[in-house]
Design a protein around this ligand. Structure first.
Ligand SMILES: *Cc1c(COP(=O)(O)O)cnc(C)c1O
Length: 430
């Protein structure tokens, strides 16, 4: 057991610290299992980089049109080898996860087609992309309809209703791996594979896309290895390893990627243009570090669930459940507790530790959101961060941490802030 002296400097009391040490000691086996997955995924990335023949030339600056940008083209090979897809589009011109998803959808759907979600309502920002909430440029404005089927109350797929919903217009099925801001389970890669097999059995030519945000390297397989035609994500989450300063990816079937590339740049130009500027070294190095970074984030998530569940808060996933993404939701039941939690995470940040997070109207979200993030890359949520919409039941979504030690400090400090605000009813602890 460690001495508390150094944690005291962070403002963490002896009692909160010892409570954390006790919880950590109970998690030894689970941490070992995460280490094994990280080791496997490290080899997967390393092999992809060897096979794609990455060289130092790949890190040089490319400007202008970017014809024959070797750094960009080789990185796309690395992603497609690692995620076992025919092709990939990995670009700094894809500005974020929402953009990557919107691009995958808009480029692969045509007027008259229907988009279908068999896993309930997708992530908040996609509501405007689809047109569930009216928005300029939505799929709906282009005559693309949308249908969804809710999950069953226990969080499982409603197979009979899914069978019913798939029709002659269904062109693309979107499956969100991580729960996002919903209180439902995240899906294992195996479960996603079963769902895709069921859907392809009904309609073999339907495109199955997986929103892979926060899921990369959590398991030893990605959804593209169990039948997904496209997987899509953000580089300021898992696969950027905390180093990528911007970007998104779409990996998948040749045809799907060709459509996405034609839409990102221009028909006829497609993947041939788009200079990588000076971000390539960080893209490669971040991808290389990603399995280790995800490992630390997973340990932080499980540590948080075990701490908060012990104090009587409902956690999703719960303290014992298997993990399919790096997000930990804790239902805090009051706006005061949500704010105190976020204050703790913010105080533990290496950047802007001295600011107090306040709720704000964030673009793309329909209720106010509070966010704690003191990140090297603005808004990066593979770095230690917490956020939640200001609506009942006041769930906080905690994620990231470039190292396990930082995640641990953040969680202990969140608990300390809840104690300081008299929001934890445990006189032994606070
Ligand atoms: C973060 C996230 C998105 C959107 O990504 P941004 O980079 O925030 O635009 C979409 N889907 C899921 C599941 C996410 O976690």
């Amino acid at each position: 057991m460690m001495e508390n002296n150094i944690y005291k400097d962070l403002g963490i009391s002896d009692r909160v610290f010892s409570f954390g040490e006790k919880i950590e000691a109970e998690l030894k086996d689970r941490f070992e299992a995460f280490d094994k997955t990280a080791e496997y995924n490290q080899m997967k990335v390393l092999n992809a980089m060897r096979e794609a023949r990455v060289s130092s030339e790949c890190f040089s600056y490319a400007s202008g049109y970017g014809y024959d940008d070797i750094g960009r083209d080789t990185l796309e090979k690395v992603y497609s080898i690692c995620f076992k897809t025919e092709d990939a589009l990995v670009r700094p011109q894809i500005t974020c996860g929402t953009h990557a998803l919107a691009l995958a959808l808009m480029s692969n759907l045509r007027p008259g087609d229907e988009l279908y979600s068999p896993v309930g309502r997708p992530y908040d920002t996609l509501e405007e992309v689809i047109g569930i909430r009216p928005s300029r440029g939505s799929l709906k404005e282009y005559g693309i309809s949308y249908r969804e089927t809710d999950l069953l109350p226990d969080g499982s797929f409603d197979y009979p209703a899914i069978k019913e919903a798939i029709n002659e217009k269904t062109k693309l099925v979107t499956i969100q791996r991580s729960k996002g801001y919903a209180n439902r389970p995240s899906f294992s890669v195996q479960k996603i594979g079963e769902l895709i097999a069921f859907i392809k059995d009904i309609k073999p030519d339907v495109i199955c896309m997986v929103d892979n945000c926060y899921g990369e390297f959590v398991e030893d397989k990605e959804p593209s290895e169990v039948g997904a035609d496209m997987i899509v994500g953000s580089l300021i989450k898992n696969p950027g390893g905390g180093l990528a300063p911007i970007g998104g990816y779409i990996c998948g079937k040749k045809e799907c990627i060709a459509n996405a590339a034609a839409r990102l740049t221009s028909p006829g130009l497609a993947k041939e243009v788009g200079a990588s500027l000076s971000v390539m070294k960080d893209f490669y190095q971040g991808f290389f570090l990603s399995p280790t970074v995800v490992n630390g984030a997973l340990k932080g998530a499980v540590f948080a669930a075990n701490i908060y569940e012990k104090l009587g808060y409902k956690c999703i996933p719960d303290a014992k459940e298997s993990r399919h993404d790096i997000i930990q939701a804790v239902i805090l039941n009051s706006p005061e507790a949500l704010k105190a939690f976020c204050l703790g995470i913010q105080s533990a940040a290496p950047v802007e530790s001295f600011v107090t997070p306040e709720p704000w109207d964030m673009p793309g979200y329909d209720s106010q959101v509070i966010m704690a993030a003191g990140a090297f890359v603005q808004g990066s949520s593979i770095e230690l961060s917490a956020d939640g919409p200001l609506r009942a039941p006041y769930s906080v979504y905690f994620q990231g941490g470039l190292t396990w030690y930082h995640a641990k400090a953040g969680i202990l400090l969140s608990l300390q802030k809840l104690c300081d605000a008299n929001l934890v009813k445990d006189s032994q602890l606070c």
